[in-house]
Write a protein that binds this ligand. Structure first.
Ligand code: PBG
Length: 334
């Protein structure tokens, strides 16, 4: 190397000006990368705050329609719906989940009619509907969720949601074999075109707290956990097996959840499988960003944009995030 030339390679050359950084940027967040979750509640013209989830609300169906319209107008391709089921409708078996006139089904039909251009994704699991807060049929004797019995109910839950007009079913229960059974059940009932976005990877995470208060499963669940069906956060190779099985069973897309602490899992999914990968930035992650910003530890907009872009860099195709509406102006400007 000639004298005076050190350092020969100067990576900072590419970072000097905004236009230059723009020219070499490897990943871009787009509004069409985002999925907006909407929490639902009974009533009219009702907007409720959610404990420990700043700036996120539950909406009655009429206001949820308005949210869906705003989302569509700014270019968000799809919404994901979650219900707060009234406590007196919760049972041990969660049978309200298969009532074709339940809150979620009424919301799907109403939103589909008012905003037909937006995709509607519905969660499939029993936790908003059960008195014990678990995702499936709970056996007190063994203190566990019964796998095959739960799948039977999930199939019926998927069907009522498909009949209501849901475009994509998203099973979040982590039972073994449910993707195959749900696919089969939907097909047999003439819903071949309803997609399955499987929560292939769902860790038994400590970041779901605000969501559980949003759907009111926190008090029902009390001190119980979901470790005997959701994945152990110490494991990564097992995630590959989960994804492989769900793809084999007929999943059209897979969800990885939580998001920010699991970017390694998103990357390995991207490297190993040719299927759309949806990252879920869950409620606890979103709350962390909000509370840190409220305490002035970070700038919310900048940190939020960075967190979502990191999902893209890790390999996510799209991202479910509670601030999808908030971020749209920022994306336009970046
Ligand atoms: C229901 C479900 C949960 C979430 C999405 N679907 C909670 C859980 O498994 O307890 C969490 C989402 C979030 O925290 O934002 N099975």
């Amino acid at each position: 190397m000639l004298e005076g030339q050190f350092p020969y390679t100067r990576l900072r050359r590419n970072r000097q000006f905004a236009w230059q950084r723009e020219l070499v940027a490897e990943n871009h967040l787009k509004i069409s990368d985002l999925i907006l979750p909407i929490f639902l509640t009974e009533g009219k013209n009702t907007r409720q705050k959610i404990d420990n989830l700043p700036d996120v609300f539950r909406f009655s169906i009429d206001l949820a329609i308005k949210q869906a319209k705003i989302a569509k107008d700014i270019g968000i391709p799809a919404i994901m719906l979650f219900p707060l089921v009234e406590q007196n409708k919760k049972t041990i078996d969660g049978k309200e989940a298969i009532n074709s006139k339940n809150l979620i089904c009424r919301a799907v039909t109403a939103i589909k009619k008012a905003v037909p251009e937006i995709g509607i994704i519905c969660d499939v699991a029993l936790d908003p509907y059960t008195t014990h807060g678990h995702d499936g049929v709970f056996c007190q004797k063994t203190n566990s969720v019964l796998n095959d019995e739960t799948i039977e109910v999930l199939c019926k839950q998927s069907l009522v949601q498909a009949k209501a007009g849901c475009d994509i079913i998203a099973p979040s229960d982590m039972m073994d074999g449910r993707i195959m059974m749900i696919r089969d059940y939907l097909d047999q009932n003439g819903f071949q075109n309803v997609g399955i976005m499987s929560y292939a990877i769902k860790y038994a995470s400590n970041f779901y707290g605000p969501f559980r208060s949003a759907v009111g499963s926190d008090k029902n669940l009390a001190k119980a956990d979901k470790k005997d069906y959701q994945m152990d956060f110490r494991n990564a190779r097992e995630a590959i097996r989960e994804i492989a099985l769900d793809i084999e069973e007929g999943a059209d897309m897979i969800i990885i959840k939580p998001g920010m602490p699991y970017l390694d899992i998103i990357r390995s999914a991207k490297d190993n499988f040719n299927i759309p990968i949806i990252a879920y930035q869950v409620s606890g992650e979103f709350a962390m960003l909000k509370y840190a910003a409220l305490n002035k530890a970070i700038d919310f907009n900048r940190a939020y944009l960075e967190s979502l872009t990191a999902f893209k860099r890790a390999g996510a195709t799209s991202i479910i995030s509670y601030g999808a509406l908030e971020i749209s102006d920022l994306i336009k400007g970046c």
